[in-house]
Design a protein around this ligand. Sequence first.
Ligand SMILES: Nc1nc2c([nH]c(=O)n2[C@H]2C[C@H](O)[C@@H](COP(=O)(O)OP(=O)(O)OP(=O)(O)O)O2)c(=O)[nH]1
Length: 140
Amino acid sequence: MTHSDTTARRIVVGAALLADGRVLAARRSAPAETAGRWEFPGGKLEQGETAAQALVRELREELGVEARALARIPGAWPVRADLELQIWTAELLSGTPAALQDHSELRWLTAAELDSVDWLDQDRFALPAVAALLTLPAER
Ligand SMILES: Nc1nc2c([nH]c(=O)n2[C@H]2C[C@H](O)[C@@H](COP(=O)(O)OP(=O)(O)OP(=O)(O)O)O2)c(=O)[nH]1
């Protein structure tokens, strides 16, 4: 292990919350540099937390829902020198998402609508994978 491994980036997990062939996009309300841009709701992992646990906690805090992480979308994208974005698909267990904290608007987007909002730069890398998931035929 090198020195840079031991000072590894912190991880921010974004949730691609899927329901009825749509994914939830959230418009950030702060800070000024990113306000108005769209993202997958989520946040930084806290000490000792897995990405799946952080996702559940953040969606509870930010959207007021109970959700479950499903699978990680392959890839990791640098947000800053000390922070990298990972995106997981997730499903709603209960509740209706509301912009309680950190967001000014929520939208459920189909694959065709994914390009209709101004995503944060790093999130754009994950959009083709999200679009592919949204266009899969239903399992049954
Ligand atoms: N949550 C989230 N953050 C993203 C995404 N894409 C992206 O570049 N980011 C950036 C924005 C922020 O610089 C950082 C996450 O910060 P955050 O403010 O959501 O984290 P947090 O809820 O844990 O808040 P805090 O500890 O800083 O108070 O990652 C994304 O899809 N979701």
